[in-house]
Design a protein around this ligand. Structure first.
Ligand SMILES: C[S@@+](CC[C@H](N)C(=O)[O-])C[C@H]1O[C@@H](n2cnc3c(N)ncnc32)[C@H](O)[C@@H]1O
Length: 424
């Protein structure tokens, strides 16, 4: 299915940092695309938590004319009406101004738990202060034991869990999700638990920058509650013009690792090439050293520190970008600096760990040990792999690998685990 042109322009969102309710609004095109993906026959009860301007529920009303629609938003300015042109005259709609993360929500909005046919949701991008309600919501949804820390419970996960409580068995959940739940290592357990308990039907990677002013990577996901274990997930990618890629089917163990199309498309391509045995970055390095000096401490540190702005621009795949001599420490200076900082050593390959365009930042340490900031990884490799690894990161494939392994909503970053898993 192709979306109408100008997909990007249709999505607007308010500043993610400044907005306490994590509001950004889905365009009619993306809303329709999510609703179309939900395979269901004549649902009678459809719910949207965090309904905002009403784009998703209007698209739902457009498709399911006879359904009863219930929407909830904590913001009293959120729209309490459906788009009149799209919702047919038969649609019954009730809107509630309420906190969707209230553990007793169902009573407040007059619904019984486990009765909803379809839930659609584009949750806010915030990390609300932890409350005991959240423990109850996660527990009821079978997700309480899967987080390593309660600090990982963002609104996306909590809204997902609250929707699961409301849904009936075989009820459908259509979500718009940010990168974290889809690709971050800390949510591997969540992905695994969801796939063991429910049928995760498909995940569609949306084009980057569809949300104005951000590089946030977002996804459409559809799951069917307790409809059997997920053995294979269908992954697709949407282009800027709204066209959809072919489907990649990924088995559960790989899908638990990550659910983004671009990661699996790349891994599959490397396997198909078959000219040499690909190995992982983790296998080719002795250590991945992360710097410790944060940017605010750079100016006061007694030695020069290699930071994001010190990478030089690429000069072609054959050139080698060498760390400037001015960062090289003599023996004595290095002995002093190592007391307070992590050093990169000659032979180390430096990569950016965070930030816009991190996939373009690459350098080789040659002249002497140097102090690195906490935004930099130093890959300590062996003579056997140094050149192959460096050339890979300088190549188009290496850039793509880093770009697609990095995740994060407000700022993009590459974790040690994701970096180690890149095949080259
Ligand atoms: C990302 S916006 C999505 C809006 C709309 N669903 C859409 O897709 O255009 C998230 C919405 O959640 C609402 N929200 C944030 N925290 C909430 C809470 N605790 N309970 C209910 N709504 C909340 C915000 O006001 C906002 O309208």
């Amino acid at each position: 299915m192709a979306l109408s042109s100008g997909l990007r322009q249709h999505l607007t969102r308010s500043g993610r940092h400044s907005d306490p309710w994590g509001r950004y609004y889905t365009s009619p095109d993306v809303s329709r695309s999510l609703i179309e993906r939900i395979e269901v026959h004549k649902p009678t009860l459809v719910v949207e938590l965090g309904s905002g301007s009403g784009s998703l529920c209007s698209a739902a009303a457009d498709r399911w004319h006879d359904a009863q629609l219930v929407t909830v938003d904590v913001d009293h300015r959120a729209s309490n009406r459906l788009d009149a042109k799209r919702a047919g005259p038969r649609v019954r709609h009730s809107h509630y101004v309420h906190d969707a993360l209230d553990a007793a929500l169902s009573e407040k909005i007059g619904l019984r738990l486990g009765t909803v046919d379809v839930a659609v949701c584009n949750p806010p991008y915030i990390r609300p202060r932890w409350r005991s309600d959240f423990g109850k919501i996660l527990e009821d949804a079978g997700l309480s034991g899967v987080l390593t820390s309660i600090h990982d419970a963002g609104a996306d996960l909590l809204f997902l869990a609250q929707n699961l409580r409301l849904l009936r068995r075989n009820g459908k959940l259509g979500l718009i999700l940010p990168d974290g739940l889809i690709a971050a290592e800390c949510y591997r357990g969540v992905r695994q638990a969801l796939m063991r308990q429910h049928m995760v039907e498909q995940v569609v990677q949306l084009p980057r920058r569809v949300f104005k002013g951000t590089e946030a990577q977002t996804y459409l996901a559809v799951l069917s509650k307790m409809a059997g274990e997920t053995h294979q997930v269908k992954l697709r990618q949407m282009g800027n013009d709204g066209s959809l890629s072919e489907i990649i089917e990924v088995p559960q163990d790989l899908a638990a690792k990550r659910l983004d199309y671009s990661f699996h498309a790349r891994t599959g391509l490397q396997e198909r090439r078959g000219t040499y045995q690909p190995i992982s970055v983790g296998m080719a390095v002795k250590e991945i050293v992360r710097g410790t000096i944060c940017s605010s401490a750079i100016a006061a540190f007694p030695a020069p520190i290699f930071h994001l702005g010190d990478f030089v621009a690429p000069a072609g795949e054959q050139a080698v970008r060498i760390v400037s001599k001015r960062f090289a420490l003599g023996e004595r200076a290095a002995r002093i600096a190592v007391r307070d900082a992590r050093l990169a050593l000659p032979g180390d390959i430096l990569l950016a760990r965070v930030g816009r365009g991190l996939e373009n930042r690459l350098a080789l340490v040659v002249h002497g040990p140097c102090v690195i900031s906490d935004c930099i990884f130093a890959l300590r490799t062996t003579d056997e792999y140094r050149e192959r690894l460096y050339r890979f990161f300088e190549s188009e494939a290496g850039r793509h690998a880093r770009a697609t392994s990095a995740h994060g909503v407000a700022a993009r970053f590459l974790s040690k685990t994701n970096l180690s898993e890149i095949q080259f």
